[in-house]
Design a protein around this ligand. Sequence first.
Ligand code: NAP
Ligand code: MG
Length: 398
Amino acid sequence: MSKIQMKNAIAELDGDEMTRVLWAVIKEKLLDPYIDLKTEYYDLGLKNRDDSDDKITYEAANAIKRLGVGVKCATITSNAARVKEYNLKQLTPSPNGIIRSELDGTVFRTPIFVKNVHCNVSSWKKPIILGRHAYGDVYKNCEIKTPCKGKAELVFTGEDGTEIRKTIMDMKGPGIIQGIHNLDSSIESFARCCFTYALDQKVPVWFGAKDTISKTYDGNFKEIFQRVFDAEYKTKFEQAGIEYFYTLIDDAVARIMKCEGGLMWACKNYDGDVMSDMVASACGSLAMMTSVLVSPDGCYEYEASHGTVQKHYYRYQKGEKTSTNPVALIFAWTGALAKRGEIDGTKDLVDFAKKLEKATLSTIEDGIMTGDLARLADPAPAKVLNSWEFIDEIASRL
Ligand code: NAP
Ligand code: MG
């Protein structure tokens, strides 16, 4: 059998711990035998990021911008414990934060449904696509722990010399303050990314924020969404028979729990971070969710939304073959390959990606799965396998 050829490369961003282990197995068993894989490889393993003072992460982000498509493994965001564990020079910032900020994108996350794993929220019949703004807010914050009584102020110094100054608080004692920001241009592209993706998927868009409390900051999000919608999407939405509506974030949460799904929920950065984990775990497992970062100029980075599955990795290091679910990692690859094929006009690459997704889902629907899903499966699973056996089952169907 001759292998499928790729016209252009994709940026491949390797990561850490259990996901790094599975990344290699997926390539060996499910991709290399069928595709002449063309990738630009960036090792975003923690030690390598630290050694390069994060230069490698910026290079990888640039490669995604240049090539248009990237695929990323999960990576450790360092903390004090990791500095000790990996003997790091410094606390490095979140690589996802760096890449999202470089691409100024929106992250779309969609649960992966299978027939025999039922959603904990019984009203959800169709996937909820979460559109997470991936720029600014608390992820690019500036914080101070204030040591004593004093006045906290917010100061803006304009390029043209204007100064705006406001008192945050006359603080009666030590405390904490935080400054966050966003840019109109980024919010506009967030809105466009959401509306474009929703049109493509033919689903309505809900957007929730807290403009009653945050009249200027969240109010600006609300206004920009409405302005972009009215000017550029209203007619297209009417033609597609879908709608856009804004509501308060707490009302959005209440409605989401009662809806039947089949919609895009646009969320500000923090809301999207938290709510995507809720949606994913309600739908079975953190590993049953796709995640793609879309930049306003049409670059795509596919990833798993879960982390490096640290606890499983420590068991793996002791010799255990863990039952870690590789589905989100597989779908990161299929998403990237299908997008590469779509952009390059290589239909066999797109077809291959669809076949690999089908082989993965049909394995689970045949009752063969990893431990995380076994607890939820109805009927009870026929076989609960470790990751390696599970990937072999997928390969045999493929
Ligand atoms: P995690 O890797 O998402 O895992 C948390 C727990 O969720 C696991 O212990 C496991 O539960 C379950 N789980 C997650 N993915 C699974 C899978 N594929 N199959 C089966 N179970 C799965 O989060 P974490 O352990 O809190 O974080 C580990 C590291 O990941 C951290 O250093 C963090 O910085 C990093 N992180 C990276 C990303 C990213 O790169 N996108 C995102 C989040 C976190 P059980 O133990 O109950 O089996
Ligand atoms: Mg999260």
